[in-house]
Design a protein. Sequence first.
Lengths: 153, 119
Amino acid sequence: MTVTNVEKDPQARTMTITAEFEAGVERVWRLWSEPRQLERWWGPPGNPITVTAHELRPGGSVDFVVAGDEQRRPRGWRVLAVEPPHRLEFDLSDPNIPTVRVEVAIAAREGGGTLMTTGFSVPSVEAMDELLAIGFDQGMAVAIGQIDAALAD
Amino acid sequence: MVVYQGDQPGAGDHDRVFHALADATRRDILARTLTGEHTVSALAEAYPMSFAAVQKHVAVLEGARLISKRRRGRERLVTANVETIRETARLLDQLELIWRQRIDRFGAALDEEEEDEGK
């Protein structure tokens, strides 16, 4: 397992995933910065992506389509900051989730190898906060408990 | 637990959910239907607007899969779809699952790259 740590803060709506690799910083950076390399790991095995645009500069876009998505819904990054080979920041859009801000930090690990941290931030969506509030205000916890109990039978 | 498999459109089409929740009347309708089934007529009586307006709100909620409707004779009964609500609230969990898998593939691609270079 390459992932060594996951921290989630639901209040702040953030998550940080730390991973360690034997490979050096430059090789790790290439997997983000080169479109053909990005295609090798971004999408799940059954639905690989094809990168259709790759502008790694502030304000640039990285666009891709997913195999198996017949509607070819647009997905990709709006790049915010790039500091090769150590830092990359972008807003990630995907049809299934709200826009997520992603911050990638790549650093040499003491003794060799690379430490990569990916930070995620979900923006405050008033509707989502309301949803969570509704849940508690209206006893959703009770409703969920009943559903879980029914499913457990 | 919802298992996120790649890019399948699922009960969590979040843009629709957030749009549906952006309206106070719709949030109120959803809150009422969390605790039991209601006919659309009964719901409509609670709000100072036309029946047609309430029907439209219900339609938006249904489109976001926040509620489901069933027929009982001539009545339409509305219930909240708790799973959609739960899924939305568990966004960070979903993100974690996606990215754990993604980073595993990242590690595998790194290893393949090393082999390609004949090291």
